[in-house]
Structures are given as C-alpha cells and as structure tokens.
Design a protein around this ligand. Structure first.
Ligand code: NDP
Length: 301
C-alpha cells in the first residue's frame, strides 16, 4: 500500500517541500506520496488525529501551525520541547511524536557559513517567530555567549527570551527594541547576523540599512532567495548565505525520521532548485497571513 506523508499548513499550495520529498521517495524506491493539506487552525486537531492511521509515515507542519501542534502530539523531542515548535511528526504505533528539524537544518547552514573560521560567540538575530526560535536554540546549543534578539513587536522578543530562560541561564540572551541606531551599535560588535524575519520575502526591503553592515559580518538570511539584505552585505565584503541549506537539511532530517534511511541530498537539492525555478514558493517561507496568489519580485523560499 502506498504510504502517505502530508504537509499541514495554511496556505500550502506553493510549498517547495513536496517536490523535494517526493523526489527523495522516488529515488530510493519508497512507495510513498507527499500530499499538501491546507487546513485552517480550526481543522488542525482533526488533521493531526488522522495521522494516527497506519497509512501515514508522518507529516510536516508549517505556518501558522508549528506552535499549535505542540499540545496535539503525544511526545516531544528535546528540540521541539525547547523551541515550543513542531515542524515534523512521526508515528510510533498510534502515538505521535513531534520533532523540530529546523534546529539541525539551521546548524548545518551556520556551520557552512562559518566555514573554517573559529565559531563566533556573539550573534544578532532579527525576528522572534518560529524560525527565530529554532535559530536561537541552535545558537545556544552551539555555545554562543551573547545573543541579541530584535523584533518589531518587542514583547514577542521578550517572550522568546523568557521561553529560553533556563537553557540560556549561563549566557547573555537579550531582547532589544527595533531601533536602527541600536541595531547598528550591536552589529558593530557582532560577527553573526541572522535574519529570521520575513522582511525581503515578498519585497525589495531589507530589515537593516546597508550602512549598519560591515565587512567582517557572517550574514544568514533564512529566506531562500538573494534578498536585498544579502546583496547589501555582499557588496561591502561580508560573507553571506540564504535559507536553502536550512530548508534542504530540515527536509533531509524529516525524511530520515520517516523512513529510517539517509536522505538523498543531491536529488533533494536538485528538486528544490528546479521547483524554485518553476516559480514555486514554499509554505515554510510564507509570511503568516500573506497572499500566496500574488506574484513576487524575488524568487522566494
Ligand atoms: P513567523 O510568522 O513566525 O515570524 C515572522 C517574523 O517576521 C516575526 O518576527 C515578525 O515580527 C517579522 N516581520 C514580519 N513582517 C515584518 C515587518 N514588515 N517588519 C518587521 N518585522 C516583520 O514566521 P517564521 O519565523 O516561521 O519565518 C520567518 C522567516 O524565516 C520567513 O521568511 C521564512 O521564509 C524563514 N524560514 C526559513 C526556513 C528555512 O528552512 N530556510 C525555516 C523557517 C523559516 P513581529 O513579531 O513583530 O510581527
């Protein structure tokens, strides 16, 4: 019987995950089909309940459900517990397990960005949503000693800092108000900048003015596109990376959890690139409440 894996989100129509995961199943001869389930929040408990059936290998969960799914599964892994967000579900008999593979996906992207340099200890993170939680937890477990979180709505950044209170008790994790002068002052003494906001996803805007950037920075934008931020950073000599590796490796980790097999990374990456070039957008990268039917200037994750 063909097994089923579903992506549950709202919206999901433009997801890149379908192409990436189906290519991996096909390559390894696994009889499974990756389906997109667009479910409004009210329909989420029923959708999660369906996954307990033997036909399902598991699921991905995306915007806006990553946090809502937490109380609906039977067990959480350490990363899902720590971040308070689930992006992958597996089945143990009738029991459902919630995982967060954005965390290992981010760590691969960070390692690649840092390259052969010594891992820095200070970072500025822009954003306080689900993506930012995976980033901050990844930085904490990587041994960063100072992480400053800026967010448009300060209370959300403060909530994030409070959430990580215990796991960050040994280091300096702070929320700061979104003022250009404060961001610029922090960037001047920082090596790593991560954009975990959706600014740049559907526009040519950058979350920080080009003048605030400097050439020593390592800049990671979680958006899967050459955003304005990345172009500005590259122009002054900073090292840059977009969200492709994180997207690829969160997907690869999920694939292995469902199938028990190593993910065919090259096949998945090729499928991602092809899907992106054909204009698909990923629900993983969809801003909450965004209109997925609008064409965009940039190709986005
Ligand atoms: P959320 O909706 O949870 O968070 C969105 C964040 O962007 C919030 O911090 C929000 O601030 C901020 N934001 C949105 N619009 C603006 C604006 N106009 N001005 C200032 N801040 C703004 O989304 P996620 O955390 O899940 O995703 C965030 C980004 O990360 C997306 O672009 C997505 O593409 C990317 N992502 C990529 C992944 C990958 O695998 N490459 C994985 C996960 C995410 P506020 O709280 O004030 O509203």
């Amino acid at each position: 019987m063909t097994k089923r894996v579903v992506l549950i989100g709202h919206p999901v129509a433009h997801s890149l995950s379908g192409a990436m995961q189906q290519a991996a199943f096909d390559k390894l001869g696994i009889d499974a089909r990756y389906e997109l389930w667009d479910r409004a929040p009210i329909a989420l408990p029923d959708a999660i309940g369906e996954l307990r059936d033997d036909a399902f290998l598991g699921a991905n969960v995306t915007i806006p459900h990553k946090e809502r799914v937490v109380p609906l599964v039977d067990r959480l892994t350490e990363e899902a517990q720590a971040t308070g967000a689930v992006n992958t579900i597996t089945r143990e008999g009738k029991r459902l397990v919630g995982h967060n593979t954005d965390v290992p996906g981010f760590k691969v992207a960070l390692d690649h960005l840092v390259g052969r340099q010594k891992m820095p200890r200070q970072a500025v993170v822009l954003g306080a949503g689900g993506g930012a939680r995976a980033v901050v937890y990844g930085l904490i477990t990587e041994g960063f000693q100072r992480i400053i979180v800026f967010n448009r709505h300060l209370h959300r950044a403060e909530g994030l800092v409070k959430h990580f209170g215990r796991s960050a008790s040994h280091m300096d994790l702070r929320a700061m108000p979104w003022h250009e002068s404060i961001i610029e002052a922090e960037l001047a003494k920082t090596k790593v900048l991560v954009n975990a906001t959706s600014i740049g996803l559907t526009s040519e805007d950058s979350p920080v003015p080009a003048e605030a950037l400097h050439g020593e920075l390592l800049v990671l934008d979680l958006i899967y596109a050459r955003t304005r931020l990345l172009r500005d950073a590259e122009a002054i000599g900073a090292t840059i990376a977009d969200g492709e590796l994180m997207l690829l490796h969160q997907g690869a980790a999920a694939f292995t959890l469902w199938t028990g097999q190593p993910a065919p990374l090259e096949v998945m990456q090729a499928a991602l690139v092809e899907a992106r070039s054909s204009g698909l957008r990923s629900a993983e990268g969809e801003p909450a409440g965004g209109d997925s039917s609008e064409p965009t200037a940039a190709t986005v994750e």
